[in-house]
Write a protein that binds this ligand. Sequence first.
Ligand code: GAR
Length: 218
Amino acid sequence: MLMNTNEKTVKNIAVFVSGGGTNLQALIDAQERGEIRNGRIVFVLASNEKAFAIQRAEKAGIEHQVVSRKAYSTSGDYDAAILAALENRNIDLIVLAGFLSILGPSVVEKYRNRIINIHPSLIPLFCGDGFYGKKVHTAVLASGMKVTGATAHFVNEITDGGAIILQKAVPIEQGDNEDILQYRVMRQAEWEILPKAVSLFCEGRIRIEGNHTVILGE
Ligand code: GAR
């Protein structure tokens, strides 16, 4: 499939969060520096009412809503609630910034090639079901690898299986534990490549060819 995310109007971005929200903060900071070209964050959706990310949205004056995963017994009902929360907001791009619930097929289908996720490893390593948050770094450390990193990618029906947009490698150092490694991956990779990938999307500079992407104007 050949697809170009190219259009001129300013893109409305919804950011989905579940926890601390440091990636949301990186997006807000990038936006304030003018580095999200042709896009603006208009909505934050949290899967958990205790997420500190909500306070970050509040402070930045961004509209936000909790759609708690716990409030819905099936993933279909949860998807319907998410779609309802997005309705009438004219969302062009959904960014999963530490969103730890799985999006079901109806959301993925409706926003096909318009959902970007940040994952804290070099996909296709240490990804898929069960690999999220610190668990990723625990597995990376157990592997004995000397390098890890982060990946910004499109979301499809396969967990962490959509086309890769940007990746950045980060060294693993002797004596690292999960906390130290998580912070290094965030600081050196996630907070840099997520805003970059979002801006590229909003500028219409990502061409999707099957499960690959081509960055235009590089
Ligand atoms: C980040 O490291 C993000 O990459 C990861 O959760 C953390 C959330 O931190 N996401 C996943 O593991 C998704 N599979 P944050 O709430 O501070 O942005």
